[in-house]
Design a protein around this ligand. Sequence first.
Ligand code: SF4
Length: 385
Amino acid sequence: MSVSSIYVHWPFCKSKCPYCAFLSTPLRDEQLREVAEQRLINDVKFSVERTNIDTIKTIYFGGGTPSLMSAKTVYEIVNYLLDKYPFADDVEITLEANPATFDKQKILDFKKAGINRLSVGIQSFCDDNLHFLGRCYDAHQAVTAAKIASGVFENFSFDFMYGYQGQTLQDLEHDLQKAVDFGCKHISAYQLMFEENTPFYRKLQKGELVELSEKAEVEQYNFIESFLSAHGIIRYEISNYSIPSFESRHNLAYWRYDDYLGIGAGAHSRITIDGRKHEIINQRDIFAWLKESDSNTVERNQPLTDTEQLEEIIIMGLRLVDGVSIDELKAKIPSELIDKLFTRVPFLKQRGLVLDNDDKIQLTNDGLLKLNSVVEYLCDTLGEK
Ligand code: SF4
């Protein structure tokens, strides 16, 4: 099977947000940026040479904060790929951007470099909430960034965070209303998680921060869905909403368990080799990755068992409102394993967590709210890997 989605990881940010567990580190100086950009270009060339790529449908520059990269490097990567492979007519090329890292000229340059979708990590338009989250910009800068994004791109997305102390439903409404006013067609709304080894996690342990009650989290989650759907922005994944046809096609490739190539420090790939899906993970140490000039950055490359694949299909696919198609499942996984999984579906249907649909395993709103428990319950029956 050939790969048609490529993820390029830029592992640097302006500063490290106190809740963030992504593989990223503050960018110390200009010289480091130049070295890292050259390293990333080399890694793109090295990685695609070793991958069976047919037509490119999506490219995603993620991070980290890839808007810290120069537009010249983005141009070089996109054009290298364009010279080598056909691009689909509707190719989606996304770049993640942090409001503190760009002005209008830079965004215009990214567009000229081939970017046709911008994903801006706004997180909030409220000063107090940005301050609480430790973001490196204020509400005024967030509004300026939103204006620039909406002025340059038709296809742009805003990320927001919810589910943390001090944030009210009015704050959330203010954030979402502004996004709607800017004509935003895609919104990602992520609940704040206290990830281990982050400053926020340590503060939680010391009692300096508190988690929201489950009731308050559910109230916010449902508020986001009903506010956005009233504006025609429909939930299609547990944390993602869009006007129909503006879904993130790159991320859909992950959730639908298609093959994809991840390039850069710590990036993951799922690639079918000789009929079996392989899990490939790159070197996670950013500075060790930087030092490797053109060598192999893969830290792990192993075939997944049928059970592991089925688990991954369930973990990723049940995030989608559309769920997992049973026909597609049958095309990928031996029927004995699927039958095992199905023994647990009737119980979930009785509990109102899975919809009564014979073609798909599709969660109800309640099921999505209890996603982790549902996935654990289903996968628990699969036993040995
Ligand atoms: S900007 Fe994004 S990737 Fe960078 S530290 Fe903050 S949350 Fe993490």
